[in-house]
Design a protein around this ligand. Structure first.
Ligand code: DGJ
Length: 715
């Protein structure tokens, strides 16, 4: 009986797959190399007909099968996870979307925007699917708008940003899970029938265990340089969900959006719900191309000040923790100047008077300088920094509160916590309720007060150490399921105000490491803190993981004392692959090491345009085990910087030369070693053609000693 039912369904499905009316529109969404094609069926519904390498003959598009419904709704005849579930005001939960129209416009940033409008014939629900295409970067940014045309409220139970269908022989999902100080550990799984869900419900520190991006290899596992791979990420600074569902026909349905968990959202009459952006690229030449597509797109279109430079810095967190005063800080500013970095960054511990922030147990929320520590306030620190010749930046964590604080005493109603249960704390703190406009004013006020009183403050490190716990909003009252979403929207309202009033102040996004990172946040933040783990060996993995979608320009990499087995050169070389900073006491360093760091900062400043703005080629993965190498090539291919690390070599290991990538085969490149410490390559100073370097390669690795590193500049 089941078998018979199955064959009836299969026949029915195949029948519908073929039926496409000739006069119905065929909608192409395309970049230089990627194409998404939609068709309208005889039944008026919208189908995704194709997603893959761009087909250059338009006449061929008519041969494509109709495909699978493009934005599947709950309650109709499909049997898999829907993208949309609307409960109408009469409690009917079905929706049948039909094609209404589509249009193509040009966005302010130059992207081509295709908007497809769908509507239900029975209920006045309208859905707009938006696709912005960045042709040169092969990036597609997609989101959805759902409008309630009824006279009464409706409830959204599911509201995906995107649904994509892929029909391939096999699917391999690479995810990047982790935890504090162990972020973005890469692993790959083959997907078979059924669902695999990557999601989070942590609220504020949403991506503490898993960041919101993935790589999906199609047909076979992709390598850095070969294979088909779809890389996607959700631009939402809160709970997200990716559902990968392989159906009975072996088709993979990929649904991306806000995690609907405890987030049923009531839409008032006439109201529109706009989902966050799902951003993806498809590469047929491996993961490296996909990563560069993202980097290039981010620097040009998304990352705050994506084309600007970045400041090197000295941070005091690991050098002092909470134990500092004006004199100590002035000393560190002097060290920053000697080191040659651009800025001194004061970390946690500068505020609170009734409950001074002498540890992470108290004071959070009370953003007044601690009189004992800083009697002359931030103004004095700005002045001292100016006199020493460096810029001054400061740490804040404005969305949070310690229960032991004046803020909590004055405004317990501003805190997300349950009125009738014992509080549960994460790092001794609670999250403020950003759905409440008064709380938004408070958070904006933290930044505004500092910058109004001290216009010289040149940088913020914005931290966020707690997920949302004890979930209850005093403000939202009977709409508790709006909290996760309205929290994020409240955060964006604050960040919009900051960006409007202080457009040029760079900010680092931090979340006890990188517990919160996505491409919507990066519209407001110039950079992020990938991990509190600054052990250079671990950082090789962490920086590798994040570079799957984020450019190194946005990744802060600091030299600290983590991993005392590694020498200063190894630590500095690893950190020079990102946005270089230091968080270390120079007074504890030998003269030679301090001198090495000074030279390394000068070298970094010279290489910075190539590293931060060049194309990144990941040559040898640390996941291969014993060595790692990454290179950066300037846009005009006239310069390159190559990093090579021997992490844990073996005696008489069979090592091959490493083939470089991205160079001009017809140019001659001179190899020059940088950050030298008496261990130069034998080929230092030689000149090679780009062709030789990319075909034969260089002996970048050695079997002699672990934890050794080299940087070479090619010109
Ligand atoms: C967590 C961050 O990741 C650290 O860099 C530091 O800023 C501490 N918070 C301060 O509390």
């Amino acid at each position: 009986m089941t078998k018979r039912l199955f064959s009836i369904l299969t026949v029915a499905l195949m029948g519908t797959v073929c039926a496409v009316a000739q006069d119905k529109p065929v909608i192409k969404v395309e970049t230089n190399n990627v194409q998404l094609v939609f068709k309208v069926g005889d039944n008026g519904r919208l189908y995704q007909s194709y997603l893959g390498k761009k087909l250059n003959n338009d006449a061929d598009l008519k041969h494509l099968p109709r495909g699978i419904e493009a934005y599947l709704t709950h309650g109709m005849e499909d049997y898999f996870e829907p993208a949309l579930h609307v409960e109408h005001s009469d409690h009917n939960s079905t929706c049948e979307l039909k094609y209404v129209s589509h249009e193509v416009t040009t966005q302010a940033d130059g992207a081509k925007l295709t908007t497809i409008t769908l509507a239900d014939d029975v209920y006045p629900t309208q859905v707009k699917l938006h696709f912005a295409t960045y042709a040169g970067q092969d990036i597609i940014v997609t989101n959805t708008e759902i409008t309630n045309g009824e006279k009464k409220p409706v409830v959204l139970h599911k509201f995906a940003s995107s649904l994509l269908n892929l029909n391939r022989s096999r699917y391999f999902l690479t995810e990047y899970h982790g935890d504090w100080a162990a972020e973005v550990a890469m692993s790959e799984t083959e997907l078979n029938f059924g669902k695999k869900v990557l999601d989070t419900k942590l609220g504020s520190r949403a991506s503490m265990f898993i960041p919101s991006f993935f790589q999906l290899s199609l047909d076979a596992p992709a390598t850095e340089t070969a294979g088909n791979v779809l890389v996607g990420t959700l631009a939402w600074t809160g709970n997200y969900q990716f559902t990968f569902e392989v159906d009975n026909n072996g088709v993979l349905r990929l649904i991306s959006g806000i995690n609907p968990y405890f987030s049923e959202y009531t839409l008032k009459a006439g109201e529109t719900f706009k989902t966050p952006d799902f951003i993806f690229t498809l590469s047929d030449s491996g993961r490296g191309t996909a990563a560069r597509n993202f980097h290039n797109w981010a620097r040009n279109y998304r990352l705050k000040d994506g084309k600007g430079t970045r400041m090197t810095l000295l941070n005091n967190w690991e050098a002092t923790y909470f134990d500092f005063n004006e004199e100590k800080l002035a000393g560190l500013m002097g060290e920053a100047k000697k080191l040659g970095v651009d800025m001194f960054l004061l970390d946690d511990g500068w505020f609170g008077n009734k409950y001074p922030r002498s540890s992470d147990h108290q004071g959070l929320g009370d953003w007044e300088e601690t009189k004992d520590k800083l009697p002359n306030k931030i103004g004095f620190l700005c002045k001292t920094a100016r006199e020493k010749g460096v810029k001054f930046g400061i740490w804040i964590e404005p969305e949070m509160v310690n229960p032991k604080s004046e803020l909590y005493e004055k405004h317990p109603d501003w805190v997300i916590h349950l009125p009738n249960r014992k509080e549960y704390y994460f790092r001794n703190q609670l999250v403020l309720d950003l759905s409440n406009p008064k709380v938004q004013d408070h958070v904006f006020g933290v930044v505004d007060r500092i910058l109004t009183e001290n216009p010289e403050v040149a940088f913020f490190k914005w931290d966020c150490n707690s997920p949302i716990t004890n979930i209850w909003s005093n403000y939202l009252k009977d709409q508790q399921t709006h909290l996760y979403i309205d929290y994020v929207r409240g955060l964006y309202k604050v960040l919009d105000r900051i960006k409007a009033k202080y457009p040029n102040v760079p900010m680092m996004l931090c979340s006890g490491g990188s517990g919160r990172i996505d491409y919507e946040a990066l519209e407001y933040f110039t950079e992020f803190w990938p991990s509190d783990n600054t052990d250079p060996v671990e950082r090789l993995y962490i920086q590798w993981g994040y570079s799957s979608v984020y450019p190194v320009k946005a990744q802060c990499a600091h030299v600290t004392t983590w991993n005392k087995e590694s020498d200063i050169k190894f630590r500095v070389d690893v950190a020079s692959m990102g946005k270089l900073g230091f968080d270390i006491k120079f007074s504890d360093m030998s003269k030679d090491d301090a001198e090495f760091c000074r030279n390394a900062v000068a070298n970094y400043n010279r290489m910075k345009p190539v590293i931060l703005d060049g194309d990144q080629y990941r040559l040898v993965s640390p996941y291969e085990g014993r060595h790692a190498s990454t290179m950066f090539v300037s846009e005009d291919k006239s310069k390159a910087v190559v990093f090579a690390f021997d992490v844990n070599p073996r005696y008489r290991e069979h090592l091959l030369p490493v083939k470089l990538q991205g160079l001009d085969p017809n140019r001659q490149y001179k190899v020059k070693e940088t950050n030298e410490r008496g261990n130069n390559y034998w080929f230092n100073g030689r000149t090679y053609s780009g062709e030789y370097l990319m075909t034969v390669g260089l002996d970048l690795f050695s079997t002699r000693r672990g934890l050794t590193s080299h940087i070479i500049e090619l010109e």
